[in-house]
Structures are given as C-alpha cells and as structure tokens.
Design a protein around this ligand. Structure first.
Ligand SMILES: Nc1nc2c(c(=O)[nH]1)N[C@H]1C(S)=C(S)[C@@H](COP(=O)(O)O)O[C@H]1N2
Ligand SMILES: [Mo]
Length: 426
C-alpha cells in the first residue's frame, strides 16, 4: 500500500526515520553544523536552539523585558507582556472582545524583527524539483485574483504555556517563558496554497514543501540557521493551508506577516510562516532546524532522537483575568475564559474555584469549531478571604480532557495540563 503522507502520524514516522537514517536532505543548513548542534544539545541534555532571543523559563519568576523588540505596532503594558523579541497577549485584555482577537492585542512571535515589505514589490517564487517545470512567480495582485477563502483559526505558539512547566511542575525548560497568551484567533482571508501549488505545476512526486520567510536570517549559538522555514508534508499543504493576505477584514499587518503569510490550521504556530517569499516544492524529504532541533519533544520521556516533528496544537484553557488578581469577597463576578485545541473542537469546560476540590460545568458561548476557541463564563461569589486557585479544564469532541500534569520535554512545548490560576480574595 502506498504511504499516505497526508496522514500526519505516517508522515511523521516516515520523515523521522528518513532523517535519522540520513536520507532526508537538509534544507539550507550545513549538515556538519547540524551535527555540531545536535552533539552540543545531547551533551547539555537538551537541544539549545530554543535559546535564540528568548528568556529562560527555568526560574519561577517568568523573565520579561522592557527593551523594545522589533515589532511595529504599539505594545501598551495593559495589552502585552514583552518577552525578548516577542509580545504576549494579556488574557485579561481579551475580556469582552468577542470571538476574534483584535489585531491591537494579538500576540507577536518574531525570531528576529518585523520587516517592512511593500505589497506591490512582493513576489512569491514557487520552485523546486517537485514541479513539472520552471519556477513560477506570483505577484500580490495575481494571488488576490485567485478564488479567496475565509476561515476563523487560531495561531498558537508550540511553546504557549511553557512557563508552567517551571512554576507548576518544577521542571526546567528552555525557551520563551510564555504564560497562556501566545495564542490569537483571527478571521483569515487568502488564496488556497493548493491552488498556487497546482498553478505552479506540482507533480505527484512532490513530498515536502518548504515556505521561507523574508525576515532576517536567524543566528543561534554562533550558527547561522538561515531564514525561518519549516517543511510541510505535501498532503497538508494541498489540504487546508491558506496564503493569507487579510486578517479580521483588513490587509494583513506587517507584524503578522504582511503582505502574505501561511496559515496552517490547527498546527504549531511555526508552521504558519510569515512574510513568505518563496516556497520550495521538493521531490525529496526535507529538514530544517525547525523540524529537527526545535519543535520536537526531547528528554527522558521521549525517544532518544526526539519525537516526530510537532504538528497539531494541544488542549488548553485560560481565564480572562490577571494571574494573581485580587477579588473582593462576597461580591458576585462573572468569571470568563476561553478553551481551545488543535486536536478536536472543545465541547465541555469545567471550572473549579476552590483549588480543584469541586468542579462545575460552565456555559459555552460559542459553537465548538475546529481550529477555533470557545468562550465560556461562570458567575462566582467568593465566600472567604484568602489565597485560592481558579482552575479550568476542557474536554474535546474525542473525549480527551486536560490532564493534571503535562509530560515534560526539554523545550517546554505543548503544555496541556490544567493551569492553577492564583487569585487572592480580600
Ligand atoms: N518568517 C517567520 N515566520 C514565522 C515566525 C518568524 O519568526 N518568522 N515565527 C513563527 C512562530 S514561532 C509563531 S508562533 C507564529 C506567530 O505568529 P504571529 O506573530 O502572527 O502571532 O509565526 C511563525 N511564523
Ligand atoms: Mo512559535
């Protein structure tokens, strides 16, 4: 039976074997450099590329910075927490905002900084030995003239929630110390990547596509990793991926990849390459640092060479309230929050206001949707003063519920445990 590479698990197992056996090609990084990095990573017990431009989450206090990152939009402190080159959305700032995250509070994750790219001069070059012929160029106008699709989807960093490995589970991880705000949901409008690939002459022999950003090259541990890029299996690329040029009804803002970015439904944020400038279509399997050294699970709980490259995001819930908020006793307030998953729609959410002793099912305000989130609410009247924890626990359509603890991995990806949200009743 032929391999079905649109099946993620088959794809992952296959590519992992090929890469470990030296049969997948390195896309743009010298193999000696990769081996050097892998050796260094193994010696350190983890792989170190995640350290580029990031704060360590190994300490209880999540590191934040006030230095101005290379982000163009305003980052007022009531909407964002700055973390290195990145800006995390404050969940409290989402209260009352509706199902879509407004652009003024949508998180930004930049490996380097936001480039300014003129849409009129922008070109997308599609090339590679997985095409029938020569490279094909698409202008912004040509892309916009293709049939447009619109979808409401989250983009979420694979490391969202990472800091809770340290603060809640006492485990060291590397990478940006996000709390839960490295997610946003937007209405994306764009062309289908499948239409572009077909117009470019993709052949049945194509295996991987490699979209690459026009932002600066990334240097980590003294090694130039080149431009941000991560291979996608051709099955996913031809399935539901967008080349988005609008976000929430407006031209895609520069910080979110304007003029054009990929939006890869339900998959880890790194798949959704911003400022895409070219796409290699390859008849050979490809790897880049973003599917070998990072965005895989490493550590004692995982295979020695690491897990398969990450694909889908996991299950999470967050309250629209500051961590450590102070709330008055005996006064009823409406607790609000959101739950989401890249696996299946969230169908049930339960909340505990007494540190996990009792749970109640909460009212959902949105129909469960793939690739989106549901808003929920619960009136709460604190009965006694003192410190407590609010917990929210989501269950998806497959019956999967957020666990009490998340399986550790060195780079702190895919945190899915129920978060204990501290509050003080006064
Ligand atoms: N070209 C490029 N694409 C990129 C990145 C980047 O730094 N450069 N960051 C990735 C990561 S890790 C994430 S989580 C998302 C973040 O998208 P946002 O900044 O629009 O929220 O973009 C992805 N695409
Ligand atoms: Mo990310």
């Amino acid at each position: 039976m032929p391999l079905d590479l649109s099946d993620e698990s088959q794809y992952d197992r296959t590519r992992l074997r090929q890469w470990a056996g030296g049969r997948a090609r390195s896309a743009g990084v010298d193999r000696r450099d990769l081996l050097k990095l892998l050796a260094a990573g193994a010696a350190a017990g983890s792989v170190g590329l995640g350290a580029a431009g990031t704060a360590s989450a190994t300490t209880g206090a999540s590191a934040t910075t006030t230095a101005s990152p290379g982000i163009l939009k305003p980052l007022p402190p009531e909407l964002f927490t700055l973390r290195g080159t990145n800006a995390e959305t404050k969940f409290a700032a989402l209260r009352g905002t509706g199902p879509l995250t407004p652009v003024d509070r949508f998180f930004v994750r930049n490996h380097t900084s936001t480039p300014r790219i003129d849409a009129a001069a922008w070109r997308l070059k599609v090339w590679g030995d997985g095409l029938a012929g020569d490279p094909v160029d698409f202008s912004y106008e040509r892309l916009r003239a293709l049939p447009a699709v619109e979808r409401t989807l989250f983009i979420e960093c694979a490391g969202n929630g990472r800091s809770f490995y340290a603060t809640q589970q006492g485990q060291a991880v590397t990478g940006t110390a996000w709390t839960l705000g490295a997610i946003g949901v937007a209405r994306w409008r764009g062309a289908r990547l499948s239409d572009v690939l077909r117009l470019a002459g993709v052949t049945p022999g194509a295996v991987d596509v490699l979209p690459r950003g026009l932002d600066d090259e990334v240097v980590a541990n003294g090694v130039n990793l080149g431009r941000v890029r991560r291979p996608l299996p051709v099955g996913k690329a031809l399935d539901d991926v967008l080349l988005a040029y609008e976000m929430n009804g407006r031209p895609l803002p520069a910080d979110h990849g304007g003029p054009v970015r990929l939006v890869v439904p339900e998959w880890v944020g790194i798949s959704s390459i911003k400022w895409v400038g070219d796409i290699e279509v390859s008849a050979e399997p490809l790897y880049s640092p973003w599917n070998t050294d990072t965005y895989r699970l490493f550590g004692p709980e995982h295979p020695a060479q690491g897990s398969a490259p990450l694909t889908r995001q996991t299950l999470k819930s967050a309250f629209e309230l500051e961590l450590g908020a102070t709330v008055p006793v005996h006064r009823t307030r409406l607790l609000t929050g959101r739950s989401w998953s890249g696996g299946a729609p969230v169908t049930r959410v339960e909340v505990s206001t007494d540190g996990g002793g009792h749970w109640q099912r909460v009212r959902l305000h949105d129909a469960p949707r793939r690739g989106g989130w549901v808003r929920w609410s619960l009136p709460w009247t604190p009965r006694a003063a003192g410190a407590t924890a609010l917990l929210a626990r989501a269950t998806d359509a497959t019956g999967r519920t957020q666990p009490e603890t998340s399986v550790h991995n060195a780079q702190g990806y895919l945190f899915d445990a129920v978060v204990r949200h501290p509050v003080t009743v006064v």
